[in-house]
Design a protein around this ligand. Structure first.
Ligand SMILES: C[S@@+](CC[C@H](N)C(=O)[O-])C[C@H]1O[C@@H](n2cnc3c(N)ncnc32)[C@H](O)[C@@H]1O
Length: 173
């Protein structure tokens, strides 16, 4: 993604309440002629079906996500919610109908989870696009860091732009 791009097509794996999606919309939307956001998440509780969020005590579901994004002034016609696990072939197939210039991986934080998301979704990112992996370097998620260090740091198809603030940011060649 570059500010020279005309369109922002953002996909986020693991959206929870949509806070980060809303921030991306708010910060970046008007730098582009148009923007779309694709949100992928089972939306059934944070790693535990129907559980309330531990911090705010609210349910995580599609209604709450839609309300939050609408409150944040996202144009809901430009928002696609794919409710399901990112590794589900149907979700991958639906997501692949579009090409993206910004991908955030923040779903399954296991080594294989990050690996799968990178292998399945990074091919949908256009040349010059951004791939960001959240929680890189976070003590709570050592497997995220392990996958990134082992595979992404030296990946010939990607340049490391930043690895601070718990996020690894890569640009696709
Ligand atoms: C750390 S939270 C995401 C926070 C969000 N990106 C933000 O910054 O506001 C992780 C989310 O990933 C979701 N998740 C976990 N495994 C997933 C998977 N395999 N596919 C899609 N989402 C997943 C969880 O349901 C949870 O909502």
């Amino acid at each position: 993604m570059s500010l020279k791009d005309k369109h922002l097509n953002y996909v986020e794996i693991g959206v929870l309440f949509g806070i980060n999606s809303a921030i991306v919309w708010d910060l970046l939307r008007y730098a582009f002629e148009s923007a779309t956001i694709t949100c992928i998440d089972p939306l059934e509780g944070y790693y535990d079906a129907d559980a309330l969020d531990t911090l705010v005590g609210l349910p995580i579901n599609e209604t709450v996500l839609r309300q939050n994004l609408a409150h944040a002034m996202c144009d809901m016609e430009q928002v696609t919610i794919l409710k399901g696990l990112s590794e589900d072939p149907e979700i991958i197939s639906k997501a692949s109908k579009r090409s993206y210039n910004y991908l955030l991986i923040d779903g399954d934080h296991s080594y294989d989870g990050v690996r799968r998301d990178f292998e399945n979704y990074a091919p949908m990112v256009s040349s010059g696009g951004i791939v960001a992996v959240d929680d890189y370097g976070a003590d709570e998620w050592p497997e995220v860091t392990a996958y990134c260090d082992r595979v992404l740091m030296e990946h010939p198809g990607y340049e490391v732009l930043s690895k601070t603030h718990r996020t690894l940011i890569l640009r696709k060649s």
